[in-house]
Ligand binder design. Structure first.
Ligand SMILES: [Zn+2]
Length: 315
């Protein structure tokens, strides 16, 4: 089997908190762990709404720059050991949730913790780029608030804008937000075709101008949509372990089909602090889907070719 590449193409800062760290912080504050979080840690599937509850629980402990730096460290620490190839993480971060909605910490503290974590990783040869995540189901007004928050004084390692959450608001409604983000120099991604239909992937690309799709697994059942992904060279960040936990009635994972069709797929861990995995774990999961060695080599090549972290400033 070819070696696992050193690039995690999709990981959330808030979803990567070390479970022991979360347990300790909860104990210190005398808080009970939410049932969905414990279910996820046991490897059980949960509804997406319960997943959001589990995701939100750990965020409250990101209350200063040191905690944020530790979370970046956890993301970098899940990469396979250095093997001479590039290593890095495309890291999704939700500043509006942490700073405005819940007010767990200030924007300055968030930027400081991220900067320290990114510099520390850089000293170990690990490149990290930050993609700002907004919440689809909060709607485009929320999207503009996210941009209002992050665009002034945006650090150089913030390279992209994305939506996540429940895919309930049509991407055509989000188009002005994506346009504004692109105008500010950010690259565009979206979680689509995960908890919503494959048609969302088409809308994200054609209506909102997104160049990269997170998951997109629902697109695989629509040959015309698969063709669109191939024709446009859209990068797909695929996270098999997360998909098994969060995508209902997925059936056989479509990664082999997508690769066979020529879609530019690469692997990510998504929320490895909630749904236990790491990059080598995803690599083994991909192999267990029956991928041939040439397909695994394609996955590794795509991981490097389309990673935004490899184009980010070195520190
Ligand atoms: Zn995600």
């Amino acid at each position: 089997m070819p070696p696992c590449p050193g690039i995690d193409r999709h990981a959330h800062l808030e979803g990567g908190l070390d479970p022991r760290w979360v347990r300790d912080r909860a104990r210190e504050r005398g808080m009970e762990l939410p049932a969905p979080l414990e279910a996820l840690w046991r490897g059980e599937a949960v509804p997406f709404e319960s997943f959001i509850q589990a995701f939100f629980f750990g965020c409250r402990f990101l209350c200063d720059a040191d905690a944020v730096r530790d979370a970046v460290r956890a993301a970098a620490g899940r990469l396979p050991p250095a093997d001479g190839g590039p290593r890095g993480v495309d890291l999704w971060v939700s500043p509006h949730l942490l700073v405005k909605q819940a007010a767990f910490l200030s924007l300055d503290a968030l930027w400081k913790g991220l900067d320290e974590g990114i510099r520390e990783a850089g000293r170990d040869g690990i490149r990290i780029a930050v993609i700002i995540d907004a919440v689809n189901h909060f709607g485009p007004g929320h999207g503009h608030e996210v941009l209002d928050l992050v665009l002034p004084g945006r650090p150089g390692w913030v390279v992209g804008f994305s939506t996540g959450g429940l895919e309930r608001v049509p991407f055509r409604d989000w188009a002005p937000v994506f346009q504004r983000a692109r105008g500010a120099g950010l690259r565009l991604a979206a979680h689509a075709g995960e908890n919503g239909p494959g048609a969302n992937v088409r809308e994200a690309i054609l209506d909102a101008g997104v160049e990269r799709i997170v998951h997109g697994v629902r697109a695989a059942s629509d040959p015309a949509l698969v063709e669109l992904l191939v024709d446009r060279g859209i990068a797909l960040d695929v996270c098999p372990t997360s998909n098994r936990a969060l995508v209902p009635d997925l059936g056989p994972h479509p990664l082999p089909l997508l690769l066979e069709a020529g879609v530019r797929c690469a692997l990510g861990t998504d929320d490895p602090g909630l749904i236990p995995t790491d990059l080598p774990g995803e690599w083994n999961a991909a192999r267990d889907l029956g991928l041939s060695n040439p397909h695994l080599e394609t996955l590794a090549r795509n991981a490097r070719a389309d990673a935004w972290c490899l184009g980010a400033p070195a520190d």
